[in-house]
Design a binder for this molecule. Sequence first.
Ligand code: NAD
Length: 357
Amino acid sequence: MTPFEYESPASRVVFGPGCMAQLAAETARLGRRTLVLCTPEQLALAEQARGLLAEAAVGLFDRAKMHVPKPTADEAVALARELRVDCTVAVGGGSTIGLAKAIALELGLPILALPTTYAGSEMTPVWGLTESGLKRTGRDARVQPRTVLYDPDLTLTLPPEMSVTSGINSMAHCIEGLYSQSANPLTSLMAEEGIRALAASLPRLARTPQDRDARGDALYGAWLGGAVLGAVGMALHHKLCHVLGGSFNLPHAQTHTIVIAHVVAYNAFAAGGALQRVAHALGDAERDPAQQLYELIAGTGVPLALKEIGMPESGLAEVVRQATANPHYNPAPLRADALHRLLHNAYHGHRPEPVLG
Ligand code: NAD
């Protein structure tokens, strides 16, 4: 048995269709004066949350943005101070939960999260802030949401493409969690189960976005993916997506969706045991997991090529430079020529191949 360490974060999870109805009671465990947060697109849902909270909601900030720009975080912190808020309720995806984390980092306010995507930020102590085009990230126990209400009904409005790509984003947490340097038996079980739940539900969601059972399964997988992301370190895939998102402003979930099968192929020879578990969870223990993943994604009709989502071909060399600039863990060695090949394939939407040879 490989030695391991495992820390269980103190967070409370309530899961089930309709559980948003428990918002007032759950928020009362954290504070009495709440600031509700959302993106402009999700104002109606945030208003609904404010209605449920009644007098406990003392304000609503509806300008959360992707990658948490520092000026937005400063504005929200100033409002929280002015209203003498003692907790926040984040209604939305990773961008809104990221804003709640930025407030927690500054003021230490506990967070209740109502996730509406499958990104998984609600289960992690990881924060991010973007200033002058550079995204800084860090880990701090204070930013981990204290309570998460997973209500699959809140995801019914998530468009099919965003549903699939957000779900693959979560699957990528599970895959890298399986070959993580800090993997442990519990997170590996969660990761395998998360891949299984997402692989079963995402094709159904692509066809019938209103399928409530599939919504429940996908959100269950997303919880597991988020828990894995929060507990163990990631590798090459997350590094590449961080660079692609940060330096080329590519959309987060779509970028993860295009890159992951190529990284699985890259790591095939070095992480065989972990990827065998990925293959099994994807449905066929005998087939190459990179090809299974590529086919699963292609079958849903979402973009398969970085060139389709705004990546300039001239930028690929810069991605390789940044991805190899600082040493970081990956099961297979980082070789510039092989990374060029990986990105070339992802740029054109080709099938993944074992580029390390
Ligand atoms: P997002 O929160 O930016 O949401 C994308 C868009 O979809 C927004 O316009 C939002 O209003 C809309 N939307 C969200 N839920 C919806 C719903 N149910 N119905 C209709 N529209 C909906 O996207 P995301 O992928 O959840 O989050 C991405 C961000 O989160 C990135 O900045 C990423 O870096 C961060 N993130 C952080 C962590 C972490 O652990 N810190 C983990 C994952 C992602």
